[in-house]
Ligand binder design. Structure first.
Ligand SMILES: [Zn+2]
Length: 82
């Protein structure tokens, strides 16, 4: 498998956030948005017309199982109450 360094077009200091000392500042912003992101995820699932979960709300059905929608809703509600 080719390594990103093999391409020669990538500046590793700018394009590899996991390798930049101190990160690139995205995580603090995401932590500030945590509850909004969880609420948006729950709303996306709640308004989806499917019954058990679908790729539009919880992901591919072969990977999520038959109870995916209900389980995802319960997890998100629990996280929002925490
Ligand atoms: Zn759905």
């Amino acid at each position: 498998m080719p390594d990103v360094d093999d391409v020669g077009l990538v500046n590793p200091d700018e394009n590899r956030p996991g390798q930049k000392t101190g990160g690139i500042g995205l995580s603090p912003a995401l932590f500030d948005l945590e509850k909004d992101l969880l609420r948006h995820g729950l709303k996306t699932i709640n308004v989806c017309p499917c019954q058990e979960g679908c790729p539009s709300c919880v992901g591919p059905s072969r990977e999520t199982g038959r109870q995916a929608k209900q389980v995802a809703q319960e997890i998100l509600r629990g996280l929002l109450e925490a």
